[in-house]
Design a protein around this ligand. Structure first.
Ligand code: NDP
Length: 597
């Protein structure tokens, strides 16, 4: 785990900005340098993007998440010794969650508050926790302030121990929620939902699993997570590798030992330098004999500066404190009348240019930080990210860059090309072989896929992906016409938030209110009306593609690996507040926007 040193005296938590990952760009602030300075850097950004794209023009197809056959081992759960034995289940519950991560937990809590008793979580892993169940690699922690990221802090009467929570604390919080709201009672683990089929006659969902279950549920909530299925880069020869290998989300302590002492005589390779790798690398660097980091695109590494929670501040918190923070975040910065007027008078092009220029200034500060920390000049140059802030997930770590000063850590910079070949001994780049004992794939996940592992068939037997063939169609990314009593969390056409749990809580509150409405009005089903769905699709399209940002960014999962023409198949790019307001306004006229039976 991360061994960030405690600092004395601790900064009062309340003094820190609510979401430290956010860089606040202020269009009213004039830029610092002549415009040519920014234009030159933007050109370099474009060159880096074009180079990276030229090597992998195949977009998302360069990855596979079909982890079957030889690749099946990359998905095996290292946290359970063997599958627990149980008889298939064939009962009926009122609400069934597919997945047991934060989506399920925070929505289930809201349902309990509204008197729903019959709630089942069906989860692929051996416990609740989702991301925090699977990702237990050394250093795992969250990059969002714990006071905002951990949901239900008011309800749980809990204040996190430090500004940033580490994985084990978050996982324990998930378990505590499940205990408090009695969600373990009906939960089934090590079970994957494979089919979800609407029975129009019985007005029930029929759920099939890989354990032979035939469960039924009045309401189904797809809570399968935004980044839950590991994916691998398609690399020639990878199945021939004779050493040990695993995906970052299946970190195998059976091999490494819990304290990583199993790596002390091992040469380790890690492919990928995204947010997962950035947390793993410094910890493995200290434990392994040698560590080779295979980099395609560097991450932007900002200051973490974690601090323990000030007990006096924690004691001063009044009930409802987290909800207050959430509302404050949703409202955004409060502007004076003068600022509002100045903003309104600012031409759009100036606004965009200033934001871009400030973004570049920020990235140059990130470059400067690399130069200050990394001693070897060539390594420092290779670690500088050449793209706009937020083209990729920004990272916050105080130990990542110093790790490259250790004599046993070697950066293999592939300068946009990536590793394209692996042989029995290890990765090969530009004809040079890098023999390793262990290879860690930190190559990411499938993104925001609703029917992952699962086939969802609504009215008329139409599979959800078939319905989406010409573009996604939902209301708020949650309801889809023809799929009554089905609610989707964490999918596209919803707002995208750096703090995902803010967004999930908003969706969970909405879903709980919808189910309450159905129950209180004596209905059995709720479905999105077609014209409400059309309105939302139009709203998503209207708010997308306002800038060239997606096209100009270096490829990654944020911009579909550089693929274009995404129509409505992405996130809602209006503000989070707009997303929330649309939801609450819609709920004021339920009969107009939804169909009930
Ligand atoms: P990412 O998808 O962000 O990163 C995958 C990495 O693999 C990229 O660096 C990618 O390079 C690299 N890669 C892919 N193929 C190759 C190849 N052939 N050769 C070399 N490199 C390759 O996955 P992560 O698991 O790191 O992160 C996923 C998300 O999970 C994060 O964005 C974040 O939302 C969340 N997360 C959050 C954390 C936090 O709060 N701290 C920690 C961990 C994860 P390229 O960039 O060129 O595509």
């Amino acid at each position: 785990m991360s061994d960030i040193k405690e600092k004395t005296p601790p900064v009062r938590a309340a003094d820190r900005p609510p979401v430290p990952g956010r860089v606040l760009f202020d269009p009213l602030r004039p830029t610092e340098q002549p415009q040519e300075y920014y234009d030159r850097i933007k050109e370099k950004f474009a060159e880096a993007r074009d180079l990276r794209l030229s090597y992998r023009p195949d977009g998302r197809a360069q990855y596979t998440s079909d982890l079957t056959g030889e690749l099946a081992r990359y998905e095996i759960d290292p946290h359970v010794a063997e599958p627990d034995q149980r008889e298939p289940i064939s009962d009926t519950v009122e609400v069934l969650f597919i997945g047991g991560g934060f989506s399920a937990l925070l929505t289930a809590a809201r349902l309990r508050e509204r008197g729903v008793e019959s709630i089942r979580i069906v989860e692929r892993g051996g416990d609740v926790g989702g991301t925090w169940y699977w990702n237990r690699y050394p250093g795992v922690a969250c990059d969002v302030s714990a006071y905002d990221y951990l949901p239900l802090l008011d309800e749980m009467n809990y204040v996190p121990g430090s500004f940033y929570a580490k994985g084990p604390e978050i996982f324990a919080h998930c378990q505590a929620i499940a205990r408090k709201y009695e969600l373990y009672d009906l939960a089934v683990f090590q079970t994957t939902v494979t089919s979800t089929t609407w029975d129009a006659k019985a007005k029930l969902w029929r759920i099939g699993t890989d354990r032979g279950d035939t469960m039924s549920a009045r309401f189904v909530i797809c809570a399968n997570g935004t980044l839950s299925k590991p994916k691998l880069s398609r690399i020639e020869g990878m199945e021939r590798f004779a050493g040990y290998s695993f995906h970052s989300s299946r970190f195998d302590y059976n091999y490494t030992k819990q304290d990583l002492s199993g790596l002390k005589d091992k040469v380790v390779g890690i492919i990928g330098t995204g947010a997962s790798a950035v947390q793993i690398i410094p910890r493995v660097a200290k434990a392994a004999k040698e560590l080779y980091v295979f980099q395609r695109t560097p991450s932007a590494i900002d200051i973490r500066d974690d601090t323990p929670t000030d007990p006096k501040w924690a004691a001063s918190l009044k009930p409802g404190w987290q909800q207050e923070r959430r509302e404050k975040h949703m409202r955004g910065p409060i502007l004076t009348e003068q600022q509002k007027q100045d903003l309104a008078n600012l031409p759009r092009e100036v606004k965009i240019r200033r934001q871009e220029n400030q973004n570049i200034e920020h990235m140059m500060r990130i470059h400067q930080r690399v130069e200050e920390i990394v001693q070897d000049r060539a390594t420092a140059e290779a670690l500088k990210p050449w793209y706009m802030h937020r083209c990729k997930r920004p990272c916050y770590d105080d130990e990542y860059l110093p790790a490259f000063n250790l004599p046993n850590v070697h950066l293999v910079d592939t300068n946009g090309r990536g590793i394209t070949e692996i042989n029995e001994r290890g990765p090969v780049f530009e004809g040079r072989e890098y023999p390793v004992d262990v290879l860690i794939y930190a190559t990411g996940f499938e993104v925001q896929v609703t029917g992952i592992y699962n086939q969802i068939r609504g009215e008329n037997g139409l599979e959800l992906n078939e319905k989406y063939a010409d573009g996604m169609r939902t209301v708020f990314g949650i309801h889809s016409h023809g799929y009554p009593n089905l609610f989707i969390m964490g999918g596209y056409q919803a707002s995208f938030q750096f703090n995902l749990t803010f967004m999930l809580q908003t969706q969970g509150d909405h879903i709980a209110e919808c189910i309450k409405y159905v129950r209180e009005h004596g209905h059995t089903t709720i479905d999105a009306a077609s014209d409400t769905e059309q309105w939302w699709v139009d709203e998503v399209i209207r708010n997308r593609g306002k800038t060239n940002r997606n096209k100009e960014c270096t490829p990654g999962y944020y911009n579909f690996e550089g693929e274009s023409n995404r129509r409505q198949d992405g996130n809602y790019n209006g503000t989070f507040f707009q997303y929330y307001t649309h939801m609450t306004e819609t709920r004021k006229e339920m009969a107009k926007h939804f169909l009930f039976a």
